[in-house]
Write a protein that binds this ligand. Sequence first.
Ligand SMILES: NC(=O)c1ccc[n+]([C@@H]2O[C@H](COP(=O)([O-])OP(=O)(O)OC[C@H]3O[C@@H](n4cnc5c(N)ncnc54)[C@H](OP(=O)(O)O)[C@@H]3O)[C@@H](O)[C@H]2O)c1
Length: 239
Amino acid sequence: MSIANSLAGKHVVVMGGTSGIGLAIAEHALAAGARVTAASRNPARTAGSVPAEIATEQVDITSAASIDALLERVGIFDHLAISAGATALGTVRELDSAEARAFMDTKFWGAYNGVRAAADRIAKDGSIVLIGGIASRKHGPGRPTMSAINAALESFGKANAVDLAPVRVNVIAPGLVETPAFDDVPTDVRERLLTQYIASVPVARVGLPEDIASTALFLMTNGYVTGSVVDVDGGVQLT
Ligand SMILES: NC(=O)c1ccc[n+]([C@@H]2O[C@H](COP(=O)([O-])OP(=O)(O)OC[C@H]3O[C@@H](n4cnc5c(N)ncnc54)[C@H](OP(=O)(O)O)[C@@H]3O)[C@@H](O)[C@H]2O)c1
């Protein structure tokens, strides 16, 4: 007997849902029978890659007012995934505090804005999925800001699983996932990054957005999981 909740007929909102991991979550939810809204700052930029059945909306998650306006427009919803953010690379010598703060403003305070706006609007049997990252606990060179943001998100997710119950709140910590986020990275740097990762992880490949999306759907539909941080990282912590 399965007691998993179905997504059929549910409304799933994905902030950062027009590209990469967020878009994969939106597509998986759509395939599972949900009505899906994907929001980002500039949905027109990626219009060609978002299926027509997914409604797109504009939002800037660094602005609480922008998120409030989005959630007023979309109406009742059951699940929220927040996958907006940029990769915060750079040592403390390279990033000044204003640059580091901008990453935090999007990925941590953006999630704060999203969770806060959803708290009294989301269905009581619904859930929130935050996308953190394994840099929270797998430390490597040049990413203290990313590590701090992802660690903060993990604790934020767990604490909200207590405060917002019965709404469930979970966090996914991906390892390296090939997404358009790397489009602006010089080809040689990107290739070196990917090759090193593949050589170091037990599964001998980088992640695909689908690897993270299937986990997000598990977290939305399994009503007994809350306050969890699920590592989807190819085993990188073992190396
Ligand atoms: N890729 C990886 O290896 C990896 C690993 C671990 C964790 N993550 C995390 O996963 C999340 C998604 O990354 P990704 O690789 O899928 O990146 P991506 O392909 O660049 O997608 C990012 C999405 O977020 C949106 N976005 C960015 N800033 C926003 C804002 N202020 N308000 C609303 N939407 C915003 C973007 O659309 P617009 O530009 O139109 O706003 C886009 O839809 C990030 O938090 C990232 O840190 C990624």
